[in-house]
Design a protein. Sequence first.
Length: 191
Amino acid sequence: MGENQKSIEKKIDSFGQILQKFGLELIQSIGEMKHTLNILSEKIDRVEKEIINIKSLKNQLQEENKFKSEILDEISQIKSVGNILTSKLEELSSKGISLPSNKKTFENPLQILDLCQKRISNNNISMYELSEVIKKTKEKLYVLTGGHKILFELGSFERKLKPDSDFPKEEKEEFIQDLQNKIEEWKKNFN
């Protein structure tokens, strides 16, 4: 029995080594699977975060589309109002009602000052008309220049006038002559 016992012990040792090797390989495989599962878990977490981001973008896109459709609705309403106004204007002009035309646009201040001189040189101009010419000249110069020192001086001429009352003829002529002379000075600023 000694040999049988040795043979059995040898087989048991061999079987033990096989079990030990199997156990080590099993533990190693479990460790590798655990590592792979951790990596997959991290990837799933990242995918989950991206899905949440995508869902929030979906809400933002829906809001933007709603805003865009509201703007397009408003634009179409404005266009329809514009079309209605255009048709009304055409209707009025076809009935012979004169409409205000586009006013002359000025390219430089000299044109405005020349026009002012031309208008105030009329001997029969009333104080009210004179005041209006100065006022309109001041407005046109302001629009064209965005502000200039001559606007203050022009305003002082405007303040001297009292459109409701008449100057004596000599004072009126003197006022117009002073304004004409001043306009000539102002023109030099724009040459």
